[in-house]
Design a protein around this ligand. Structure first.
Ligand code: PMP
Length: 399
């Protein structure tokens, strides 16, 4: 018997499993709608113009130890302004602990570790459903999870009544993970009025809202608009946390650029929390890389480059909205007897189509179209070139 006999393969990540099946398919017109990434009409990842411009500006930077603290502080401050507001008092007064993180995943994991360390008996409430890795992240940090109602399969919209009930019935002072916009995987977001009510109830219950901000800009095309839920909580005076990712809205997947911020009552608390977060990070990976955050800092702080970015985010979001409308219209034109309104009611990168696991299988086997078993379609992968083929295939498997 050898050292590793008891080690069996880990279960596959559902999205990576889709990518593997897609790559193994030799069909020239195959489509990958698994990974939540924006693609051009050829199905290829794109590099945004704002990133190209920023690359030019940082080309002469010396990425030395002495520059990294300054670049990192600037990045954290700019990221905080993006979620909390350009003129937010929290940022002006330094009432937050912010730290660069390894994209959105790393930011969530750091927070989960922090939660375990300082609230050892707490749980995390996750929406049902949520990004599958949320379960793994809090599990590996040894924080027990509960779920709260979110999606209603009949309406393919929000189950607001059940959500509020769960918020009310959770023990006072619970941690909740919320998606502020473009909920993954459902594409279903609460309205402003509903957020207002959720925020009020959180206040009564003294719950801690932790926002996972992975798609800011992708719901409405407007970065400020997509921060509305966070601003509502801010106005109500909550202390909140945010895990931010620049993977999608800047197309920087491979650079792993993210930020974790936690609001505090005062600067002294902020210093303490930041030092604890840094300590947790230092035993996991030392310090994070600097090139990606230099790009993001440049984009966020250079007015001309930032303007290009805002336009590009708007373009990507509008393109996704157009693809939603096109798929729905095409299905209606084909005479589909089913209701496809939810395709355009839902927002952001994902459409929670309502396709059954069996229909998802048929799409892969007969049409070379790949998506996760829950019927989630990454709209970022739907293009002017493949949209009619996709609608037709969905019609064929559901008719
Ligand atoms: N949160 C949500 C809701 C996501 O969908 C994702 C990406 N799939 C992430 C966090 C993490 O993304 P990344 O680590 O690539 O920034």
């Amino acid at each position: 018997c050898s050292w590793w006999d008891h080690v069996t393969p880990a279960p596959k990540d559902p999205v990576n499993a889709v990518t593997e099946a897609f790559l193994a398919d030799p069909c020239p017109y195959k489509i990958n709608l698994g990974v939540g990434a924006y693609r051009d009409d050829e199905g290829k990842p794109i590099v945004l113009q704002c990133v190209r411009e920023a690359e030019g500006k940082i080309a002469a930077t010396n990425f030395l130890e002495s520059t990294s603290t300054a670049v990192s502080s600037k990045f954290v401050e700019e990221s905080a302004k993006l979620v909390y507001g350009e003129d937010s008092d929290v940022v002006k007064e330094g009432r937050f602990a912010g730290i660069q993180a390894l994209s959105g995943t790393g930011a969530c994991r750091l927070f989960a570790e922090f939660q375990k360390r300082f609230f050892p008996d707490s749980r995390i409430y996750l929406p049902d459903p949520t990004w599958s890795n949320h379960h793994n992240i809090w599990r590996d940090a040894h924080v027990p999870e509960r779920t709260f109602h979110y999606y209603h399969p009949d309406s393919k919209g929000l189950n607001f009544v059940a959500l509020m009930d769960d918020v009310k019935n959770a023990p006072d002072g619970s941690f909740f993970l919320l998606h502020p916009c473009a909920h993954n995987p459902t594409g279903v977001d609460p309205s402003d009025e509903q957020w207002q009510q959720i925020s009020s109830l959180f206040k009564v219950k003294n719950h801690f809202p932790f926002f996972d901000v992975a798609y800011q800009g992708f719901a409405s095309g407007d970065l400020e608009r997509d921060a509305r839920a966070i601003r509502i909580f801010l106005e109500d005076g909550h202390l909140i946390g945010c895990a931010q990712s620049f993977a999608k809205n800047m197309g920087l997947y491979g650079h792993r650029v993210g930020c974790l911020s936690v609001l505090c009552n005062n600067k002294i608390q902020a210093v303490a929390i930041k030092s604890q977060l840094q300590q947790i990070a230092s035993t996991m990976y030392g310090s994070p890389p600097i090139h990606g955050i230099a790009l993001v800092s440049k984009i966020l702080s250079h007015p001309d480059i930032r303007a290009i970015w805002h336009k590009e985010v708007k373009f990507m979001a509008t393109h996704v909205q157009r693809m939603r409308a096109t798929v729905r219209e095409a299905l209606e034109k084909l005479g589909s007897p089913l209701n496809w309104q939810h395709i355009t009611n839902q927002v952001g990168m994902f459409c929670f189509s309502g396709l059954t696991p069996n229909e998802v299988d048929l799409l892969a086997k007969e049409f070379h179209i790949y998506m996760t078993k829950d019927g989630r379609i990454s709209m970022g992968g739907v293009t002017a070139k493949n949209v009619d083929y996709l609608a037709n295939a969905i019609h064929e498997v559901t008719a």
